[in-house]
Structure formats: C-alpha cells, structure tokens
Design a protein around this ligand. Structure first.
Ligand code: ZN
Length: 44
C-alpha cells in the first residue's frame, strides 16, 4: 500500500508506525493512494 504526501504529492513508500513523514518536504500528513483522491480533481 502506498501513500502520497498531502502537501507536495510525493509518493511516500517507507512509512514506519507513528513516524509518518514526507521524505521530500517533511510534511506529516499523507494519504493512502488507494483512497479516492479524485475528490480534489474536477473532471467535466
Ligand atoms: Zn511532501
């Protein structure tokens, strides 16, 4: 299961329990890539 950073969108592959952190920008909020992120993408 993968994650993406909630700030810069970098894919976060190495997550330890309790230590969720983007390796690129250090942001501590990530989203599971399996969840529908499409909510923020508008497709008409
Ligand atoms: Zn980031």
């Amino acid at each position: 299961m993968g994650y993406v950073c909630g700030k810069c969108g970098t894919e976060v592959t190495s997550i330890e329990e309790g230590m969720v952190r983007c390796p690129s920008c250090g942001y501590r909020v990530v989203y599971k890539t399996r969840e529908p992120i499409a909510k923020t993408i508008k497709v008409d």
